[in-house]
Ligand binder design. Structure first.
Ligand SMILES: [Fe+2]
Length: 399
């Protein structure tokens, strides 16, 4: 429990959650005043049929829409610039994202660029920061208001549909930048667990471990509050309960709904408590290699938990209890270790590799990742202070 007079703030969009609620997207967009919507999606989600279903619901609500799906996983700065051009040139007034964290983050980044004079280029020159979207990296550098956004997450992982953050790859410097601002909290989040039933096995594993990493990092965060703790522990419980059933029975709606709930609650937690060293380091490795975010987190998370255990054993023991482990007869440190081993076991059962080396990360990447992690927005809330040597040691242990 935090100090008695600690201040708690909690930002949250309108949340619509449930089987079949995709049909409410049209009215949600109308409530935001939509006349002509830019739908941000990607080809995989389109092939699964969810994008066309959203377009149909928008048309039924009398909202015209234009599809833009020119992005790849880990959205890039130049893709965001192209999406912004599509938004402004078509006279769009609302953004609707349909997809995983990449689509949602791209929609947020388009919203940022669309409202900035010169679409960020002038600011970049004036402030000696990177031109375009990367110039807004950090916390509190995006003045609102932004165009209204309706987010439809389809992977049950990123939590970006409720968060005040987006992550974009700066292709010039080859790193991921985190942009955080109150204005980035979406207006409406619409989660229909049916959409998760078409997520492939590997993406299900990556995104579920990402949910677990959001839940654990936000629970251990220095900015955690009683409002974020409840959601974080519920998300730990949900991710652990539903991850393996979702992998074993991909078409079964119940575990998919459980993962979608866990994703939502982990998003509510980390949007308000922020994250820690796992994400700070994985953003660097993701920018260097374009490897899947959840895969990098799955490998890094247990090592960061071990690093944090010396200052956060009690919180990690709470995590172990939320995982359903019998911690009653354990010391705090034993329970913390059990939580760490459980994360490793989940990743192993999901078929994920255990080392950075196995996924093609070179030794030469580790120094750059360790150095860059210290500039990431999420490093400051890691419960144990992280210096460059610490970050390097975590990378080396994970390699
Ligand atoms: Fe994440």
């Amino acid at each position: 429990m935090g100090p008695p007079h600690a201040v708690a703030k909690f930002l949250v969009p309108d949340v619509i959650f449930g089987v079949g609620v995709l049909a409410e997207v049209g009215q949600a967009a109308r409530r935001q005043g939509a006349v002509h919507v830019l739908v941000v999606s990607d080809r995989e989600v389109g092939e699964a049929g969810w994008t066309s279903e959203v377009l149909r619901h928008l048309a039924e609500a009398g909202v015209s829409a234009q599809l833009w799906d020119g992005l790849t996983p880990n959205p890039k700065d130049h893709e965001v610039a192209a999406g912004c051009a599509a938004y402004t040139e078509s006279g769009c007034d609302v953004l609707v994202a349909v997809g995983g964290g990449s689509c949602i983050d791209a929609a947020k980044a388009i919203a940022v660029l669309a409202t900035q004079p010169g679409n960020g280029a002038a600011r970049g020159a004036a402030a000696r920061t990177p031109a375009g979207i990367a110039g807004y990296a950090g916390v509190g550098k995006v003045p609102g208001p932004l165009p209204p956004t309706v987010m439809v997450p389809t992977t049950g992982g990123s939590g970006s549909d409720v968060s005040q953050f987006c992550v974009v790859t700066d292709t010039t410097r080859r790193l991921k930048v985190t942009i955080g601002a109150r204005a980035l909290v979406p207006d409406i989040s619409v989660t229909d667990p049916r959409t998760l039933t078409t997520v492939p096995h590997d993406i299900t594993a990556y995104t579920a471990i990402d949910v677990l990493s959001h839940a654990i990092e936000s629970y251990l965060s220095l900015a955690a509050t009683f409002l974020t703790d409840a959601h974080a522990l519920a998300a730990v419980r949900g991710a652990c309960e539903h991850l393996l059933p979702a992998l074993d029975h991909p078409g079964d709606l119940q575990p998919r709904e459980g993962l979608a709930r866990a994703s939502l609650q982990a998003g509510l937690a980390f949007s308000n408590a922020l994250l820690g060293a796992t994400h700070a380091i994985s953003h660097q490795l993701g920018g260097l290699t374009d490897l899947p975010h959840g895969l990098l987190n799955a490998i890094l998370l247990p090592h960061v938990m071990e690093f944090n255990a010396s200052v956060a054993a009690g919180r990690l023991a709470d995590v172990a209890a939320a995982m359903g482990l019998r911690t009653g007869l354990m010391t705090q440190h034993e329970a913390a270790d059990a939580a760490i081993q459980t994360v490793r076991a989940f990743a192993g059962k999901a078929g994920l590799p255990a080392t950075l080396r196995e996924i093609g990360i070179g030794c030469s990447h580790l120094d750059r990742a360790a150095h860059g992690a210290l500039s990431d927005a999420y490093i400051v809330t890691n419960p144990r202070p992280v210096g460059e040597a610490d970050a390097r040691a975590i990378c080396q242990a994970a390699w």
